[in-house]
Design a protein around this ligand. Structure first.
Ligand code: HEM
Length: 370
């Protein structure tokens, strides 16, 4: 079971009727902004309030994102999660919600950018070693999505407990999050157990073009590789692309995805119009979109930092702009999943699926298992 923060039911805890302010704990919430430049009731750096509120709203939305991500992981952890059933529908729905939240978070940068660098300097020094870099929830999101230490930009720098780093409790929370099976791993396992190359679906399929392959999967991919080669134009780097095709789909895989998972993902993308593939396709698409939105955040944040502090080092002690640029370039999570788009061919040239598989993909999961 994944860790979800303990929540007290507001209705059970008191006999008084529910009331907007008490249900939402508005008083508590509004008491949580304590600007350091507030001295004897006077706020000396006016924009510090904005700075705090913007960060706090990020943290609230991060909490919601983690809530959704953990729920998605719990569904995918079930070996019985059905590709066309309510389970998968819920996962896709929640992932799409995460995409929308990230869009909102990216817009929030505009609000913070109404603060000028001089306004920021009015209180920046009081932040000392505090930095968004230490947002534990942001790190939990990264880890739950599947960003591994080894794949990060400057992993050595990221995880430390010295000045500008994490306090020991947060550090342990992050270590625990990194140990938990990530969404990426669960998606990979789900892709690898896709049953569509079961020989029973493919009997008699394009026998004459089998090229010596006896089982369905190599038969299909041999044929597909030729179609892919034909689809390349004069201007494409033919040898390079075919080399990549073989490497990604049959040898090394790419990033954290083994070849079998990437083949399954490509198959879903190619035949996404089949009714049973609509949800799996939507799931892959949502993951790629989340990655894109997180990357947008990293980029918008970097631009804001340039405007706010130029090339000065961060309060967290990093090189600031340089570090953030490295993270923008490197810290993608589903880039390799998006990368297989390179291997798509035109819909009209796709091999026709065998009748049995085609039928199995038409919302009849019980038939599929027979
Ligand atoms: C005036 C506004 C801001 C400035 C000048 C700023 C500056 C920086 C700098 C320089 C870093 C690099 C680490 C360091 O040395 O401190 C950083 C990291 C970070 N900041 Fe901000 N930041 C601002 C606002 C925000 C906001 C509103 C958020 C929202 C939560 C945020 C979240 C983060 C995160 C998550 C990182 C780590 C990024 C990574 O490691 O990839 N920052 N920030």
């Amino acid at each position: 079971m994944r860790e979800t923060p303990a929540m007290e039911c507001p209705f059970n805890s008191s006999k008084t009727p529910a009331y907007y302010g008490s249900y939402l704990a508005v008083d508590k919430l509004l008491g949580l902004q304590t600007p350091l430049s507030l001295v004897e009731g006077k706020l000396h750096a006016h924009d510090e309030m904005l700075f705090i509120i913007v960060h706090q709203t990020y943290e609230l939305w991060f909490k919601q994102i983690l809530h959704e991500l953990n729920a998605c992981c719990e569904v995918l952890e079930k070996p019985s999660a059905d590709d066309d059933g309510p389970d998968m529908n819920v996962v896709v729905h929640r992932l799409k919600r995460i995409v929308e939240i990230w869009k909102l978070l990216n817009h929030q940068v505009d609000v913070l950018e109404t603060m000028t660098p001089l306004d920021f300097l009015d209180f920046r020094s009081s932040l000392e070693g505090a930095s968004g870099f230490q947002s534990t929830q942001f790190r939990q999101i990264e880890a739950t999505l599947g960003l591994r230490m080894e794949n990060r930009f400057r992993p050595d720098y990221y995880k430390h407990t010295d000045m500008g780093g994490f306090n020991p409790e947060d550090y342990n929370t992050i270590v625990e999050a990194e140990k938990t099976t990530s969404l990426l791993q669960l998606v990979e396992q789900w892709l690898c157990r896709m049953p569509f190359f079961d020989d029973s679906f493919w009997q008699g399929w394009e026998e004459e073009r089998a090229d010596g392959a006896t089982t369905a999967e190599p038969k299909f991919w041999n044929r597909y590789r030729k179609l892919y080669e034909t689809s390349l134009s004069e201007r494409d780097e033919r040898a390079d692309l075919l080399g990549k095709f073989d490497d990604t789909l049959f040898k090394a895989g790419a990033g954290d995805f083994p070849p079998a998972a990437l083949r399954a993902a490509l198959f879903i993308m190619l035949y996404r119009d089949e009714p049973l593939f609509r949800l799996p396709f939507a799931l892959l698409n949502a993951l790629i979109e989340i990655d894109e939105q997180v990357a947008n955040f990293r980029y918008r944040h970097l631009q804001m930092v340039r405007r706010m502090i130029g090339t000065r080092i961060g309060t967290g002690g990093s090189s600031g702009e340089q570090y953030l640029q490295g993270a923008v370039n490197k810290n993608y999570i589903y880039k390799e999943l998006a990368g297989i788009i390179t291997f798509l061919i035109e819909r009209r040239n796709l091999p026709q699926l065998p009748k049995r598989l085609h039928q199995a993909l038409r919302f009849s999961s019980t038939e599929r298992q027979e």
